[in-house]
Design a protein around this ligand. Structure first.
Ligand code: NAD
Ligand code: DAU
Length: 349
C-alpha cells in the first residue's frame, strides 16, 4: 500500500479518489483535518476497505512510527501542508510547524522504516512542492525549469523551500529514495474557496464582490488538478531518484483574464437572475504584500523523460470546474460555514 499525507485536502483528496479509481492498491491517508481538510471529499470511499483514514499530524513521530510499522507502505506521497499564501502572511507559525518540522518528522520516520527494509531501492518518498519556491518572473523571463534557483518570497513559499531542501538532503546524506515535484497553480473540483478560482465562483453566485488584488495582471500557470494527479502517479512510477520534476499546465493567464473567463462561463451556464453580467461584481482591492508577479513552468523534463503532458486546456478545465461547482452547491455550503466566514472577514476587511 501507499501512505498519502494530507489526503483530505484539495489535491490530496483528488489524488486518493483517482488512485483508487485506477488501482486496487490500498491507501493509508494521514490527515490532521485542519480547516482545509474535509472528509466529505472522500465520502464515496466510506465503505471502501482500500481506503484507511487516519486522523493525525505528520509532526507526530510516535504515530508515524506506528503507521510505518503497521502498514509497511511501499511509498509515501506527501501532500500535507499549510497551503494558502495569504494565511501565511497573517500567521506564519503553522507553516513553519507543518511544512518544515512536519516534513522533517515524516522524513525521519520514513528513514527509520526504510533502513530496516530488505529491498531498499523499491521504496519511494514523493514530496509534493510548488513553483512558488522559485520566486517571481518578469514578463519576458524564461519559465522556471528544474535548474532555476530557489528565491521564495512569502512565508508559505519559504517554508516549502525549506522542506524541499530537507528532502534533497535526505537523498544525498542518507540515500533515502526521494523524488520531488514542483507544480504550478491547480484548480478543479474540491478546491477550498479561499483560493482565487473557487472564491470567485462562490462569490459570483452569492452576488458578492469578486476581489482582484492590485491591478489583476499577475500571471499564474493553471493546471487542472486531475492532470496534476496523473503527473504524480507517473513520477511515482518512473521518476528518477533524487530528481525534481516541474509540473505545469502550459496555461499562463493573468488573474483578470481568469476572473472574466469565469464570469463569462457563469453568464452562459447560470445567468444572473437580474440579467446583468457577473463581471459587474469585479472589485479591485488592496494588493497582497510581496505579491509575486508571474509564475510559469517549463514542463519539458517530465514530458521528455516520463511522457507526461496535461490533458486539459485552460478553457476545457475551467468549464469542467464551473460545472462541478454548480452541481455541488452542498459541498460549498458545507465548507463555507464556520471558520471560513471568519477568515473572509479578516482577509477582505
Ligand atoms: P490544502 O490546504 O487544500 O490541503 C492540505 C491538507 O493537509 C489538508 O487536508 C490538511 O488537513 C492537511 N494537513 C495540514 N497540516 C497537516 C499536518 N500537520 N499533518 C497532517 N495533515 C495536515 O492544500 P492543497 O492545495 O491540496 O495542496 C497540497 C500540496 O500541494 C501542498 O503541499 C501544497 O504546497 C502543494 N501544492 C499546491 C498547489 C495548489 O495550487 N493548490 C500547487 C502546487 C503545490
Ligand atoms: O503556484 C502554486 C501555488 O498556487 C501553490 O503552491 C499554493 O498552495 C496555492 O495556494 C496557489 O498559490 P497562489 O497564491 O498563486 O493562489 P491563490 O488562489 O491564492 O491566488 C491566485 C492569484 O490570484 C494570486 O496572484 C493572488 C490572486 N488573488 C487571490 C485571491 C484569493 C486575487 O486577486 N484575489 C483573491 O481574492
Amino acid at each position: 500500500m501507499i501512505l498519502v499525507t494530507g489526503g483530505a485536502g484539495f489535491i490530496g483528496s483528488n489524488f486518493v479518489l483517482d488512485w483508487l479509481a485506477e488501482h486496487d492498491e490500498p491507501v493509508v491517508n494521514l490527515d490532521a483535518l485542519t480547516y482545509a481538510g474535509n472528509l466529505n471529499n472522500l465520502r464515496s470511499l466510506e465503505s471502501d476497505p482500500r481506503h484507511i483514514f487516519v486522523h493525525g499530524n505528520i509532526g507526530n513521530a510516535a504515530l508515524l512510527s506506528d503507521l510505518f510499522a503497521r502498514y509497511k507502505p511501499r511509498a509515501v506521497v506527501n501532500f500535507a501542508a499549510e497551503s494558502h499564501v495569504d494565511r501565511s502572511i497573517h500567521g506564519p507559525e503553522d507553516f513553519i510547524q507543518t511544512n518544515i518540522l512536519g516534513t522533517f518528522r515524516l522524513l525521519e520516520a520514513a528513514r527509520a522504516y526504510w533502513g530496516g527494509l530488505e529491498s531498499k531501492h523499491d521504496f519511494r518518498f514523493l514530496h509534493v512542492s510548488t513553483d512558488e519556491v522559485f520566486g517571481t518572473l518578469d514578463a519576458d523571463d524564461p519559465a522556471f525549469n528544474e535548474e532555476t534557483s530557489y528565491r521564495p518570497n512569502s512565508p508559505y513559499s519559504a517554508s516549502k523551500a525549506a522542506s524541499d531542501h530537507l528532502v534533497r538532503a535526505y537523498f544525498h546524506t542518507y540515500g533515502l529514495p526521494v523524488v520531488t515535484t514542483n507544480c504550478s497553480n491547480n484548480y478543479g473540483p474540491l478546491h477550498f474557496p479561499e483560493k482565487l478560482i473557487p472564491l470567485v465562483i462562490h462569490n459570483a453566485l452569492k452576488g458578492r464582490p469578486l476581489p482582484i488584488y492590485g491591478d489583476g495582471m499577475q500571471i499564474r500557470d493553471w493546471l487542472y488538478v486531475k492532470d496534476h494527479c496523473s503527473a504524480i502517479r507517473r513520477v511515482l512510477e518512473a521518476g528518477r531518484l533524487g530528481e525534481t520534476y516541474n509540473i505545469g499546465g502550459w496555461n499562463e493567464r493573468a488573474n483578470l483574464h481568469v476572473v472574466t473567463t469565469l464570469c463569462a462561463v457563469l453568464d452562459e451556464l447560470q445567468p444572473r437572475p437580474d440579467g446583468k453580467k457577473y463581471s459587474e461584481q469585479i472589485a479591485f482591492v488592496t494588493d497582497r504584500p510581496g505579491h509575486d508577479r508571474r509564475y510559469a513552468i517549463d514542463a519539458r523534463k517530465i514530458e521528455a523523460e516520463l511522457g507526461w503532458r496535461p490533458a486539459e486546456t485552460f478553457e476545457s478545465g475551467i468549464r469542467k470546474t464551473v460545472r462541478w461547482y454548480l452541481a455541488n452547491a452542498d459541498w460549498v455550503e458545507n465548507v463555507t460555514s464556520g471558520s471560513y466566514r471568519n477568515w473572509v472577514e479578516k482577509q477582505y476587511a
